[in-house]
Every structure is written in C-alpha cells, then in structure tokens.
Design a protein around this ligand. Structure first.
Ligand code: SAM
Ligand code: DTB
Ligand code: SF4
Length: 332
C-alpha cells in the first residue's frame, strides 16, 4: 500500500534554517499525489493511519476567547481584526483577568480540555505579555490545558510563557510560501518560522496550521501541508481553518472552495503528520454536518468548541454536543 506516495529522503526548497532537517521529509509533489488520489483511496489511507495512532472515536475540545480584539496593525487579507479593513469588528482592549478566568471555568464545565487565548497583535509588548502571563497561570490553575496566540514573539518571551504554565502556542503558517505574499505583506514567512522556533526551543507544544479556501490551488494546499509536515518535529497540533469570509476583508467574495477539497486537505494532514492532533478549525458554522463527519473520517480529531471563535461565530455548543453524540464521538 505504501507505493511511491510514502516519504522519501528529499525535500522542497523552502525550509529555513529555523527548521533544520534531520529525518525523512515530504516533497510537495508527493503531497499533491496524495491530494490527487481517488477520494475513497485517500480517505482509506488517512483512516488507516488515524486508527494506528489515535482512538478513532475521540475528539479533543478547545475553547477560544479573544482577550484583545481588533485594531491590529497587520494586513492579513482574511482577517476581520486588521485595523485597515472596515469589517464592523469593535475594538476591545485587554479583557480583565476575572472575565478570562470566568470564561475558562465555563468552558471547562461544558467539557473543553484546552482554553486558547487570542490577541489581535503583531506581537505582544512586555506589559501586554505580563497580563497574558497572569491569565495563563490562572487558567492553568483551573486544571485546563493552556494555549495562546499572540503573534510574533521576541527573544525571551516564549520562555516567560512557558514559566507561567503555557502548554501550546498557536502560530499559523497560513498558506504555502509561494502564495503567502498575496495574502500578507506586513510579516514574512521567515518571521513565522522564527517564532515557531522560539516556541519549540522554549519547550512549549507547537500549534501550527493554515487556512484553505483563499482562492489557492491544490498545489498550494500541498505546499502548506509540506511546510507543516517538514517542521522538525512536526507540530503537536495542526489547525486546518476554512476561510470565514468577512465583509470588508480583501478575501471577501473569493470563490467558495469545493467542500471535498477541504476534506482532502484534512486527510493529507493526517497522513503526513500521524501523531498530531488535526483540528477541524474555523469554518464549521458554514459547513454541513455531513462534511464535518467526512473530516472526522479523514482524521480530524479536535475542534473549537463554544459559540464563538475570536470574532466570528462557531456552532452553538449544544448543537455540537448533538453532532458528537450522533457520530458516537467522545470528548477527550
Ligand atoms: N494575531 C495573532 C496572529 O496573527 O498570529 C493571533 C490571532 S490570529 C486571528 C490567528 C489565526 O486565525 C490566523 O493566523 C489565521 O490562521 C486564523 N484566522 C484569522 N481570520 C480568519 C478567517 N477569517 N478565517 C479563517 N481563519 C482565520
Ligand atoms: C486557528 O488556527 N484558528 C483560530 C485560532 N487558531 C486562534 C482562529 C480562527 C479565527 C476565525 C476568525 C475570527 O473569529 O475572527
Ligand atoms: Fe492581526 Fe493576527 Fe488578524 Fe493578522 S491574523 S490581522 S496579525 S489579528
């Protein structure tokens, strides 16, 4: 079954020094071959690998909260929180500590195991980081796993977060290097790899994924998966977001991706990163249940759980409980 689609000791050109290669790597063309497989063959391959490495009927639940919203200096073409786009998102300064702890306790009571705190920054200033550190410690004290997504980190910041009890840091590559400049110009791919290296070196688990449905080709999606799978080691957590189109952002009005292409991307992530938790992330609100079920069948084993992502809507928690029950999926 392995055939020529399995890893070879080769890699594509764009892997930075931040990402030194020491083990077999995936070539973009190999991942494209996976994505080009007949749908049933691709899903079968993903299922076999999924079942070898995970309980096929369990799903990890993470709840997100935006601890600082809107007014961001960056120009990410998908993002409703960029100050330069007019999306109707209201700017909100740092949430008070008590509110964050309350939200985390509620998430825990609903069954979430991880609490992820996001901020609309290019990167945190020291006084911002001090406040986030208090949040991380307090959420950790509730007995939850902690995650933050705060943008680019400067030297020493990851260590401070680790010290506070941070379990995961989310920082996405978003797309392939070739397509990246069409989506973001205010920070480059190398900046992102640099932050990921700082997170890894501080001993924090890496949560890193991307967005599909931004008008990219299958080859571009293969390029994103190759970048993620070639991180050494690959991320512990891989969020695959479907673009949530928000009016006012440059990507609003992009041709909508065939849902089966999204499912294929999940399957490729599972096959190339067998041990990772692959998260079916943004975009579930707009996704029929049958498509979500295909994503779970393809190896997704984590979701964002709770009525809101950062600024956009997620399925209601109650509705998700019904879906998980219908599918016989149990939370971990
Ligand atoms: N500002 C920080 C940063 O950019 O790293 C942290 C928050 S940022 C909103 C986290 C991630 O959310 C982005 O990297 C992107 O992958 C995802 N995201 C943002 N807007 C999105 C949208 N409209 N649809 C899907 N994913 C989105
Ligand atoms: C990730 O990969 N997806 C989440 C989380 N990491 C921070 C964010 C999705 C944001 C969707 C748009 C919004 O709600 O603002
Ligand atoms: Fe800012 Fe993050 Fe949105 Fe980019 S994705 S505009 S960095 S909040």
């Amino acid at each position: 079954m392995k055939g020529n689609l399995f890893r070879e000791h080769a890699r594509d050109s764009f892997v930075s020094d931040a990402n030194t290669i020491s083990s077999p790597r995936w070539r973009v063309a190999e991942i494209e071959e996976l994505l080009n497989l007949p749908f049933n063959d691709l899903l079968y391959r993903a299922q076999v690998i999924h079942r070898q490495h995970h309980d096929a009927n369990s799903v990890q639940l993470s709840t997100l909260v935006s601890v600082k919203t809107g007014g961001c200096s960056e120009d990410c073409g998908y993002c409703p929180q960029a100050a330069r786009y007019h999306t109707g998102v209201e700017n909100q300064g740092m949430l008070p500590l008590e509110e964050v702890v309350e939200a985390a306790a509620a998430a825990k009571a609903r069954g979430a195991s991880r609490f992820c705190m996001g901020a609309a920054w290019r990167g945190p200033k020291q006084r911002d980081l001090d406040k986030v550190i208090q949040m991380v410690s307090a959420v950790k004290a509730l007995g939850m796993e902690t995650c933050t997504t705060l943008g680019m980190l400067r030297p020493g910041q990851a260590e401070q977060l680790k010290e506070a009890g941070l379990d995961y840091y989310n920082h996405n590559l978003d797309t392939s290097p070739e397509f990246y400049d069409e989506i973001i110009t205010t920070r480059d791919y190398e900046d992102r790899l640099g932050t990921l290296e700082k997170v890894r070196n501080a001993g924090i688990n890496v949560c890193c994924g991307g967005i599909v449905g931004m008008g990219e080709s299958r080859q571009i999606r293969a390029g994103l998966i190759a970048q993620l799978a070639n991180l050494d080691p690959y991320p512990e957590s891989v969020p695959i977001n479907h673009l949530v189109q928000v009016e006012g952002t440059p990507l609003f009005g992009t041709d909508v991706l065939d849902p089966l292409e999204f499912v294929r991307t999940i399957a490729a992530a599972r096959i190339t990163m067998p041990e990772a938790m692959v998260r079916l992330s943004a975009g579930r609100k707009e996704m029929p249940e049958a498509v979500q079920a295909l994503c779970f069948l393809s190896g997704a084993n984590s979701i964002f759980y709770g009525d809101k992502l950062l600024t956009t809507n997620n399925p209601e928690a109650e509705q998700d409980k019904v879906l998980l029950e219908k599918l016989g999926l149990h939370p971990i």
